[in-house]
Design a protein around this ligand. Structure first.
Ligand code: MSP
Length: 515
């Protein structure tokens, strides 16, 4: 059997509640996972929570909590979010779990034994917000960019990982594997960054300053730098280095196929630290790091520190989960930034989902009950307009499948909703409600063919929409009397599969939402 497709997301910081950016990343990875499963592939999908580090320690202290208690609350909040977004992950890793800590210790020990870690004094600038040591070149126009928050000067003894030894290798690797970062312009940015010499990575924090971390196995006075700890989740979750290695999930799943992250954590965390760490461990690199953009609020990054975040759980109280998923995938081109606005969400909800899809389905169900006893009739009288509809569908399928494969989910949805608009025009033109009243001979056949084509068009659209709107897709198929398709193959051809099927009651998929 071929290797399952291993998909990961970034693991979110446990220092605050989930926001729209977190929800987006999980939905994006989930749509990839579901589209690959629908394409007949086995998938293993990991997400999780990043629980150590200064930010978590500080937030817990400010709330008068033990860090672990804060993490437990946050883990529940993020897992609730996943559930409400119908994320189909196979595992949720928490970096405070023993299975993770053991791998972090084993990996650091191995690097230490290989002579890749040394102790030295560091003097310079440090950003507690980014939990990162800074260099002069990180300044913009002489100032520290806002993302670093308050920057302090520190002088400390610490442990360093010799990443600078691998700079040339990394440049060569990225040049030789142009597909390893998506979209490709991000790979160019990494190469640009690598034009300057990189410094060895400080991988420890003295326990005296930060106790909430994983102690280094070779010096318990220090804990692991949170980024080193966090990055290792991608291999600890699948039991890298397990005692009985031959049985480990790791051998079955590594290398990761698609690692979904936001643009703020590509350079240096994933493109430099992560890739070099894997190289040091002699492990193959992920096949693709998929870098998405940011959701902005009026042009500004949404972030906890700015207080302009959109709470996804509140949106999920107002809108069906699939509608929210649809909006996130339709509105943002993967890799670009996008502005979030409630008005836009409401507009797409009512016009595309409510009208083009929801109304069409409820009209069809209503007519099937009124005219054909709740059973899908046969399409025996096809006119030019019917064959045209079918041709449009057949031209659409490969385009949408290609778009799914190329992470162009917005384009895929645009195509599918273009078809639904055509199906609405078809319905208006054929006007089955008029045919039902007409007493001319042969009209019954035309009525039946129209209703059958509408039903088939909706069934097919539902199957193709299922990675993005899994619940809606299942509901539509069940209302049309079918068990939901679990694969695209065999389910996307225009057929007569619905003929004779008893349909469900008229259903409103997307109830109106007031502003
Ligand atoms: N804990 C680190 C990641 C460690 S991965 C080994 C972290 N956490 S985070 O909570 O700050 O961000 C988690 C993910 O959410 C990142 O991929 C980040 O890019 C994404 N988003 C955070 N804010 C975002 C937006 N406003 N818009 C879209 N996604 C953004 O970084």
């Amino acid at each position: 059997m071929s290797k399952p497709i291993y998909i990961t997301t970034a693991i979110d910081y446990a220092n605050g509640l989930p926001h729209l950016g977190h929800a987006y990343e999980k939905v994006l990875a989930d749509v990839i996972a579901r589209s690959r499963r629908m394409a007949g592939k086995a998938v293993y999908f990991l997400t999780g929570l990043d629980e150590h580090g200064q930010k978590v320690q500080q937030t817990a202290a400010a709330q008068g909590l033990e860090p672990q208690a804060l993490c437990d609350t946050m883990a529940e909040a993020f897992q609730t979010l996943c559930k409400r977004l119908t994320i189909s992950h196979d595992d949720f890793i928490r970096t405070t779990q023993e299975r993770h800590k053991a791998v972090v210790r084993a990996v650091t020990q191995r690097l230490f034994d290989a002579g890749l870690i040394y102790k030295a004094e560091y003097q310079g600038f440090y950003s507690p917000r980014a939990e990162q040591f800074l260099q002069e070149k990180d300044r913009v126009d002489g100032q520290w960019p806002e993302i670093f928050g308050e920057v302090v000067e520190v002088c400390e003894v610490n442990y360093f990982l010799k990443i600078s030894l691998y700079q040339d290798w990394l440049i060569d690797y990225i040049q030789a594997h142009p597909d390893c970062i998506f979209p490709q312009f991000r790979a160019k940015q990494v190469l640009e960054f690598l034009k300057e010499p990189i410094k060895d990575l400080c991988i420890s924090r003295p326990k005296s300053r930060l106790s909430w971390g994983i102690p280094l196995p070779f010096d318990e006075d220090f804990v692991s730098y949170v980024w080193l700890d966090a990055l290792i989740n991608y291999i600890s979750a699948i039991a890298y280095g397990e005692a009985d290695f031959s049985r480990s999930e790791f051998l079955r799943l590594w290398p990761a196929d698609i690692q979904v992250i936001g643009k703020d954590i590509l350079i240096p965390a994933h493109a430099v630290y992560w890739t070099i760490l894997l190289k040091m461990l002699d492990l193959p690199l992920p096949k693709c790091i998929l870098v998405h953009g940011w959701w902005l609020a009026k042009g500004d990054k949404m972030s906890k520190s700015k207080g302009n975040v959109v709470d996804p759980l509140r949106l999920l109280d107002a809108f069906p989960s699939d509608a929210f998923r649809y909006f996130l995938m339709r509105e943002m081109q993967v890799g670009q930034d996008s502005n979030f606005s409630h008005d836009l969400l409401l507009a797409r909800y009512h016009s595309e989902l409510g009208n083009d899809l929801g109304n069409l389905l409820s009209r069809l169900l209503h007519m099937l009950h009124a005219y054909t006893g709740g059973v899908v009739p046969a399409a025996n009288q096809l006119e030019a307009i019917d064959t045209q509809l079918r041709d449009t569908w057949e031209g659409l399928v490969p385009k949408v499948l290609d778009a799914y494969q190329a992470f162009d989910f917005s384009g895929a949805l645009e195509e599918i909703f273009g078809f639904l608009k055509e199906l609405n025009r078809y319905t208006e033109q054929k006007a089955p409600w008029k045919l039902a009243k007409s007493e001319e001979s042969g009209v019954v056949e035309a009525l039946h063919s129209t209703l059958a084509s509408m039903a088939e068009g909706l069934r097919l659209s539902a199957v193709l929409l299922s990675p993005v709107m899994p619940g809606v897709a299942d509901t539509i198929q069940m209302l049309l009397g079918l068990a939901p398709a679990t694969q695209f193959e065999g389910a996307l051809a225009w057929s007569r599969i619905l003929e004779g099927k008893r349909v469900g009651e008229k259903t409103i998929l997307f109830p109106r939402v007031e502003k």
